[in-house]
Design a protein around this ligand. Structure first.
Ligand code: CP
Length: 311
């Protein structure tokens, strides 16, 4: 298959529906040990996480190891970025020493936009999260998790609840789910609802009105690190939980076969009752497990496009 942005993986919404379905299928094949790949030469990757990460960083590492990719360890905190080197010059340095794939998480929304126009950059760039922009590998693992459960997307009703304005997961997922024929609804504080989300679904001020109709209850982390100081000062976890959090009482409004998702890390007792994180209807740890195979699918597709897989 082809990835829309040449041999990069940057914005999930650049991909067509068949391309998304191919990636899900490939992820499933890796998950069920129905697919193995062999590299045609040694391949080197560097994972640069300029923002904190547990899941995305470790599951990209696991995916790379499972595919036989050699990892070159670089810690942004001790790299020459700290001496003022630009991201572009850092990428060109990695390319010069022989890195094939750079997986990057960066606080700057759209960090890759200038880099993809630079004719001197030819290594593959993978977006592991850009500011409030996109989190395309999270979206793919979310879709895998939903597909595992329901077998298809069209006609499902999915509610995304929380800090929609600052969540790159919300933006990636909402646009793609809408495109895949899902009935998307939103809830959360009005001031965290971006007006342009109206094109993807319907906003419900009252989460309790939305919950009984949902097949998937997708909760978002409250991103205190992206709020203004004033917003943080006025934020009360108990008020949020009371108004929007998935308490056991609220969960009782859900359909019997509805599932709970959250990209994590979870603020237990804020977005969701702690007792529900490991509840039977929760797929939060399944999402993390699927993340390894979704990322294997992304990387294997890039390797294929670069001619780095044996036939
Ligand atoms: N879901 C997610 O991106 O988690 P991390 O920030 O731990 O990678």
């Amino acid at each position: 298959m082809q990835l829309a942005s040449d041999h990069d993986f940057l914005n999930i919404n650049d991909l067509s529906e068949p391309e998304i379905n191919d990636l899900i299928e490939l992820g499933e094949q890796f998950k069920h040990a129905q697919k193995t790949v062999h590299l045609s030469r040694p391949v080197y990757a560097a994972n640069l996480f300029f923002e904190n990460s547990t899941r995305t960083h470790s599951s990209f590492q696991m995916a790379e190891k499972k595919l036989g990719i050699e990892l070159i360890g670089i810690d942004p905190a001790t790299s020459s970025v700290k001496k003022g080197e630009s991201l572009g010059d850092t990428i060109k340095t990695l390319q010069a020493i022989g890195i094939d794939i750079a997986v990057i998480r960066h606080a700057q929304t759209g960090w890759y936009q200038q880099l993809t126009k630079d004719p001197n950059i030819s290594l593959s760039l993978v977006n592991a999260g850009d500011g409030s922009g996109q989190h395309p590998s999270q979206t793919l693992l979310d879709l895998m998790t939903i597909h595992d459960e329901f077998g298809s997307f069209a006609g499902l009703h999915i509610g995304i609840i929380g800090d929609l304005a600052h969540s790159r997961v919300a933006r990636s997922d909402a646009e793609l789910l809408h495109r895949m024929g899902v009935n998307v609804s939103f809830s959360g504080p009005r001031e965290w609802y971006p007006a342009d989300f109206d094109q993807f679904g319907t906003y419900y001020p009252d989460v309790d009105q939305m919950l009984p109709n949902l097949d998937v209850v997708m909760l978002l982390r409250v991103q205190l690190e992206r709020l203004t100081e004033n917003a943080v000062a006025s934020f009360t976890p108990s008020d949020y939980y009371h108004t929007y959090g998935l308490s056991e009482e609220r969960a009782s409004l859900m359909k019997p076969n509805a599932i709970i998702m959250h990209p994590a890390p979870v603020n237990r007792g804020v977005e969701i009752a702690s007792s529900l994180v490991e509840a039977p209807q929760s797929r939060i740890f399944t999402q993390m497990h699927n993340g390894v195979f979704a990322r294997m699918a992304i990387l294997a597709t890039i390797l294929d496009q670069r001619g780095l897989l044996e036939d």
